[in-house]
Design a protein around this ligand. Structure first.
Ligand SMILES: [Zn+2]
Length: 276
């Protein structure tokens, strides 16, 4: 699943291939991708221009000239690409926005889990997980007092705590393994047992790691590539995720993979020992 750095990379690409384009027609091949009435969705957007594309957490927010916002969540495998109108589409292409400039924006999703929801601009925070989404992982938004208070309230393990978008927006399986490795915290450590120093370090690691991953255009794993032909390069900089059986880059101990909250989890049993 694309995490924040990958979705931000997609957003930046969409600013180049979709922003400023006026919609001439919309073809919808898999109606469930659209959570609104399909015909209402189509009629509301034909003739409108995409002003810009914003992002909140892992959600893309397409802003239209008629004060409508399309909330798009890629879920497991959703991706956007552009091409000249009438270019090839396959059975995984579910929505095509044709623009007046002769290009089209295609939405492709092999797993079909991605969704688009059209709302009045300003109402987007009532859509799906945006209702309860936590702060963006930036120094200004993701404050130490907030993070500390949330951790103190939780008896659960730290890994699922960080995967929960209410606590901080944008982390998924890859970056949680990375920030826990960076901060030397065991993925099964109960959230409310972290020391003040660990909390401060973990917060810093989250902010730094996601910003760096954005700089490298995200991580390319499995089928995820950012729509525009340039794959992210951050996978070469991962220390934990995908490195089970390899030596820990910090201490040389063999990294192990376990399941935590049903998710494959790689960590160093030496640097990330469970603390009493
Ligand atoms: Zn280690």
């Amino acid at each position: 699943m694309p995490e924040l750095p990958e979705v931000e990379t997609v957003r930046r690409g969409l600013m180049k291939i979709a922003a400023g384009r006026k919609i001439n027609a919309i073809d919808i091949y898999y109606g469930k991708t659209i959570t609104n009435d399909v015909e209402t969705f189509r009629q509301a957007l034909i003739g409108q221009t995409i002003k810009r594309v914003d992002r909140r957490g892992k959600y893309l927010l397409f802003r239209f000239t008629n004060d409508l916002t399309m909330v798009s969540h890629l879920r497991m495998e959703g991706k956007y690409y552009n091409q000249p109108i009438g270019g090839p589409i396959d059975k995984h292409t579910h929505v095509v926005f044709q623009f007046t400039d002769g290009t089209e924006l295609c939405y492709q999703d092999t797993r079909k889990f991605g969704r688009m929801t059209l709302v009045k601009t300003g109402d987007e925070m009532n859509v799906g997980g945006l209702k309860t989404i936590g702060p963006e992982p930036t120094d200004d938004s993701f404050t130490l007092p907030f993070f500390t208070a949330e951790l103190r309230k939780s008896h659960g393990k730290i890994k699922p705590f960080l995967l929960n978008q209410r606590h901080v927006a944008g982390l998924g399986n890859i970056y949680v393994d990375e920030v826990l490795w960076m901060s030397k915290i065991n993925p099964e450590q109960p959230a409310n047992t972290l020391t003040d120093q660990q909390i401060a370090e973990l917060r810093k690691s989250i902010i730094k790691e996601l910003a760096t991953a954005i700089k490298f255009k995200g991580t390319t794993v499995h089928s995820f590539t950012n729509a525009f032909g340039d794959a992210g390069a951050f996978q070469e900089r991962l220390n934990a995720y995908g490195h089970a059986g390899d030596k820990c880059p910090r201490c040389g101990t063999k990294m192990v993979k376990i399941k935590v909250a049903e998710r494959g989890t790689t960590f160093c049993p030496h640097c990330q020992a469970l603390k009493e």
